[in-house]
Design a protein around this ligand. Structure first.
Ligand SMILES: [Zn+2]
Ligand SMILES: [Zn+2]
Length: 272
């Protein structure tokens, strides 16, 4: 009798997502990479909601061209974006604008390092959610024909096993009606890691590292270039230069995180 009664409930239990999650949590517990607390929800497989809530989000006003948030004193009292001093005096000749939902610091820096160097590809999902939320708020009126990830050189792709920018591009490909994901950009020359290089060295290091696979595919197209982090803009500028040389009419950039020299100043201003 008891067994029969129990059997009635089993199909329900088996297919109830809450039950599946509960069993998964018991059998395969996972912990937040930042605070070590037990993870009990599924939207982020590596960070708990409390830690994820501390993401250093970029808020208005930020530079309408390079996407860097204006220092508090300059942006105080306005929600409208406007170009920063650097972009007014030295506008980027190839990139139309850069947009990023968070600054490259704190938990997002940790998350991107986990994603790329500890090869946690599932990290693309919470980072993708972050990008889609940002697109809805800040990029809803923008139109693109192609969504193009910044490519890795085949050597690095083989070593890493995946291109993080391609995984992120897949996450946002449905956010722009009519846009298609395209791996039309190739990295034809291996480059040194840019981190330790000066801006001049970075430019030299990245020059002619990219090629467009089929120029006809980009001719007359509005392109959204996807990268995980934008720091000095050297890489995305070189990608945009090559894309525009092949006839692209615009190249906008979307990255998860944006590093800036203001980051350090704001760190000093922030309490704690
Ligand atoms: Zn946590
Ligand atoms: Zn700017």
């Amino acid at each position: 009798m008891f067994i029969q009664k129990l059997m009635q409930y089993i199909p329900q239990i088996r297919f109830d997502p809450d039950w599946i999650l509960a069993w998964k949590n018991i059998l395969f517990p996972s912990y937040c990479c930042h605070c070590d607390n037990r993870l009990i929800t599924e939207e982020n497989p590596y960070y708990c909601p409390a830690c994820w809530a501390t993401l250093p989000r970029i808020e208005r006003p930020f530079c309408s061209l390079c996407g860097i948030p204006h220092p508090l004193a300059i942006g105080f009292g306005t929600r409208s974006n406007f170009p920063c001093e650097d972009c007014r005096t030295h506008p980027n000749p190839y990139v139309d604008c850069i947009r990023s939902p968070v600054r490259y610091k704190g938990i997002v820096k940790e998350a991107i390092i986990t994603f790329k160097f500890r090869k946690k590809t599932l990290m693309a999902e919470p980072l993708g959610t972050l990008l889609r939320e940002w697109i809805e708020i800040e990029m809803a009126d923008m139109k693109f024909d192609l969504i193009v990830p910044v490519p890795l050189h085949p050597f690095r792709l083989k070593r890493r096993g995946f291109n993080q920018s391609l995984l992120l591009a897949e996450q946002v490909k449905d956010s722009f009606t009519g846009a298609q994901l395209s791996e039309v950009l190739l990295r034809i020359r291996p480059t040194m890691t840019q981190t330790a290089l000066s801006i001049q060295e970075r430019r030299k290091n990245i020059k002619d590292a990219f090629q467009v696979k089929s120029p006809d595919e980009v001719k007359g197209k509005r392109i959204l270039l996807i990268d995980d982090v934008v720091t000095t803009t050297t890489t995305v500028t070189e990608c945009a230069r090559i894309l525009k040389k092949s006839g692209a009419i615009s190249v906008h950039v979307l990255s998860v995180a944006r590093a800036s020299h203001y980051t350090d100043i704001d760190d000093l201003l922030e309490p704690g």
